[in-house]
Ligand binder design. Structure first.
Ligand code: B12
Length: 505
């Protein structure tokens, strides 16, 4: 049996000047690393955006280089990437962010050109949505679903010295004749999340992430030590929003029904938190579930069981408002669910984000899964109740839906101003940017709101890319900038501005 070595590579980051650079550091690699660890495969995670202890962060992290696109690249040099790669037999490069696609493809081309025999594979929502582009860049395998089981199957085949992947499901692969084979129609899905490997958080460059200090979001007191990590207590989501890949992750899709809401047991979650605290030395935990309250009773039970853990918990992904309110005596009227909010505070939540998305019922209904309507509860009462328990509250708004009128955009902005007056700590405004793999992307291509030759470099939430819309892209961007400026405090703006990519000196 061959002793194979696998590298999981986060590529350098690319951003338009003025945009925030945050290391990827997502949970895909800790899970895949854990999976490979469990079958004894030597695995290493290298984050080319921040490097490892042999790289001097000062040399490159705040000194980005200019790319031909005009974007700024933040990370170690190509030579350094090749040096790291040289030791491994196979290299995985994650592609969950469409806006980082160019960096993924550039890394693949670089590695394939210099080491044509190394096996190159990719996965994540962007990779699975754009296989032909990925194969053209040199990838040999694209994973089309969650990959903890699949990566073990691939590793075992490599251990046997083979490259015949025809028995492996939930992948596309290039066979020995260079033909692309689609095996996405078979393969297992993990329904019981306790069967997932314990993530190998120890493989991440945590100390570097903490030093850089750009966590997922939220406001962390400047005097507290930053030692953060992410967990997921569930996967999937009960909602199916048009702008989210989950809406397409159904039974007959190439990923299978991984969009379905699935959970870990309370014991398993507590075990993970204990590991983070004791073995990794974490102080702040970001809960990255797509919908932690997907099963409200389970979430309440779970949260109650982690009171007193001594970790600061944060959910910046958003807790759907429907889960923070409850029925009242008044027909069709919901009031803040104070028991749940108090519980969040007691468990250690310092910060949550309310995803208001839009103040227009029409938009919420058509594009956002018809979530809790703003005419069925008082958002200001909700904010006040959360603040009463000393939890910071932020919010995310989306403007620029393909059919959104100027008046509808104004309605959301007026609402945002009102919410600020009601005590919101900060407000983020995102321009709708449909990405491959989502229903809204297919809609925009079909209806001519995205050019056929769209450029994923521009898939930044800061850029307005849709065409044939009521408000022009340039105007939309300036409306967004003004709204952000008006609705946030000086301290928050100063901090976020210090995180942006810096031009080459
Ligand atoms: C956490 C997170 C972040 C964090 C990551 C850092 C951190 N501390 O974890 C940060 C803050 C960087 C972030 C930023 C953004 N994010 Co984000 N983020 C997430 C989130 C919530 C979780 C990611 C994660 O850990 N997933 C858990 C892992 C286990 O799942 P996974 O990534 O799908 O991986 C599995 C498979 O896909 C596959 N796989 C994935 N990669 C690979 C690689 C290989 C080699 C293989 C074999 C398999 C494989 O196997 C994995 C294990 O089963 C996802 C939503 C989600 N549920 O994934 C959004 C998500 C990835 N983010 C998204 C977006 C839009 C953004 C932002 C643009 C938001 C913004 N407005 O700024 C930025 C872009 C950042 C950038 N660099 O360009 C979108 C991306 C859509 C797209 N196609 O581009 C997602 C999908 C949310 C959504 N539903 O729309 N994000």
């Amino acid at each position: 049996m061959n002793q194979i070595k696998i590298l999981l590579l986060y590529p350098p980051e690319q951003q338009w000047p003025g945009c925030i650079v945050k290391p990827n550091g997502s949970l895909a690699y800790p899970y895949l690393g854990g999976s490979l660890r469990d079958i004894g495969i030597e695995t290493y995670i290298y984050d080319a955006c921040v490097g490892n202890n042999n790289d001097n962060l000062e040399n490159f992290f705040k000194n980005s280089t200019q790319l031909p696109s005009g974007m700024l690249r933040t990370g170690v040099s190509n030579d350094r990437i090749l040096e790291v790669v040289s030791y491994y037999d196979a290299v995985g490069i994650t592609s969950i962010f469409s806006q980082q696609e160019t960096q993924v493809l550039d890394c693949a081309k670089l590695i394939k050109k210099n080491y044509p025999n190394k096996l190159l594979f990719s996965g994540g929502v962007n990779a699975k949505s754009r296989p032909s582009i990925f194969f053209a860049a040199g990838f040999d395998i694209i994973f089309t679903s969650e990959s903890e089981i699949t990566i073990q199957q691939i590793a075992k085949i490599l251990q046997k010295g083979s490259r015949d992947f025809s028995s492996v499901g939930k992948i596309y692969f290039k066979n020995k004749y260079g033909k692309i084979i689609d095996n996405s129609h078979f393969g297992d899905i993990v329904w019981d999340l306790d069967k997932l490997p314990i993530p190998a958080w120890n493989l991440l460059p945590n100390e570097r992430y903490w030093k850089i200090g750009r966590p997922h979001g939220g406001q962390i007191a400047s005097d507290s030590t930053l030692r953060y990590a992410s967990i997921m207590t569930s996967r999937g989501c009960p909602f199916a929003c048009s702008y989210c890949h989950i809406a397409n992750e159904t039974v007959n899709s190439k990923s299978g029904a991984i969009g379905r809401f699935r959970i870990k047991s309370d014991d398993r979650v507590r075990n993970e938190l204990q590991i983070l605290k004791d073995e990794i030395g974490v102080k702040q935990v970001f809960i990255e579930d797509d919908s932690i309250f997907g099963k409200k009773k389970r979430a309440i039970r779970l949260l109650k069981s982690i009171i007193g853990f001594g970790l600061d918990l944060m959910d910046v992904n958003g807790i759907n408002m429907i889960h923070l309110v409850k029925k009242s005596n008044k027909p069709n009227w919901m009031v803040p669910d104070e028991e749940v909010i108090e519980l969040l505070a007691e468990v250690g939540f310092k910060y949550i984000v309310l995803p208001f998305e839009s103040a227009n019922l029409r938009i919420i209904k058509k594009w956002c899964s018809n979530k809790l309507a703003l005419d069925r509860f008082s958002p200001s009462d909700l904010i006040k109740t959360i603040k009463k328990y000393k939890i910071n509250v932020g919010t995310n708004y989306m403007i620029g839906f393909p059919d959104e009128t100027r008046k509808e955009i104004e309605t959301t902005l007026n609402f945002a101003h009102k919410m600020k007056q009601n005590g919101l700590d900060h407000s983020n405004f995102f321009l709708v940017m449909p990405v491959p793999g989502t229903p809204i992307f297919d809609y925009c291509i079909k209806k001519g709101h995205l050019p056929k030759n769209y450029n994923p470099d521009k898939f930044q939430w800061t850029k307005a890319n849709l065409i044939n819309t009521a408000v022009s892209p340039a105007e939309l961007e300036s409306i967004r900038d003004k709204a952000w400026d008006d609705c946030n405090n000086q301290q928050f703006k100063k901090e976020r501005k210090s995180w942006v990519a810096t031009r080459p000196s």
